[in-house]
Design a protein around this ligand. Sequence first.
Ligand code: SF4
Ligand code: SF4
Length: 297
Amino acid sequence: MNETKGLIFNIQRFSVHDGPGIRTVVFEKGCPLRCLWCANPESQIGKPQLAWTESKCIGCKSCINSDLKCNPHFNDEGLYWDEFNPDETDDIERICPSKALHVIGYETTVCDVITQINKDEIFYGDEEGGLTISGGEPLMQPKFTYQLLKEAKKHGISTAIETTGYGDTGDFIKIAGKLEYILMDIKTLDDSVHKRVTGVSNEVILNNFESIRKAYPNLPMHVRTPVIPRVNDTEDSIKSISEFLRCRKNVRYELLKYHRLGEPKYISLHRTYPMKEVELSDEVFELLKKYEFNNIS
Ligand code: SF4
Ligand code: SF4
């Protein structure tokens, strides 16, 4: 029984976009980056947090008539609250009948997650599918991430992570030793642009990329660049990343088109979406896609 604890906010079953085959994706909570376009803002803070979805609220007022210490109250813009203590999670789930008011993030153990994943094993196929640990950033919880991967491998489950690459190099190398596939973002090669749009330096990420290549040259790495207007949506930007990667074995390079599907989540968290009114045209994206390649054998 591996009781190592971690903070996650979702387990998504039957995913076909997070590594080879059909996968179960465990989303860890906490990310050191603050990408302006982040589609999962609920993943960023490394502790449970409260959110309110207006479209689900039936106006029953159970929350404001309760004795919750976070003191939910309505104002002109919707439901607000004071500081939230995760100890009130069960009370909130009991009080709000429609789940409009809900807690994002919960502590779990490796053992509990493996029990969940084992239910999906039948769908993974002979080789391809398996577990992908995503986030947030899995390198933010290195002990939990490592133990979860180790336990999954013991159960014969194929393993992958989706990472920003931003974390301690030693942790990343240790974790990569338990992986069969890595999905990693490289957003730009320009450090000043990276700092401006994510809040952190790119150097750590690029150095970690090189360290993993050196330690595990045969480990497939699927590098992705989210193409973001006014950040990296030029041929020069994308071509430079593609050329940086192209000479390497076992690397696939893919572009992801900017979208605004995460915008409603910002409203639920009482945050302002930072990239309002920005669009990426299909024409620009199609033009840039010629820089994709796949060297994974
Ligand atoms: S790295 Fe991913 S989860 Fe973290 S802020 Fe950026 S888009 Fe969001
Ligand atoms: S308890 Fe839930 S549904 Fe009722 S008013 Fe509060 S948020 Fe809305």
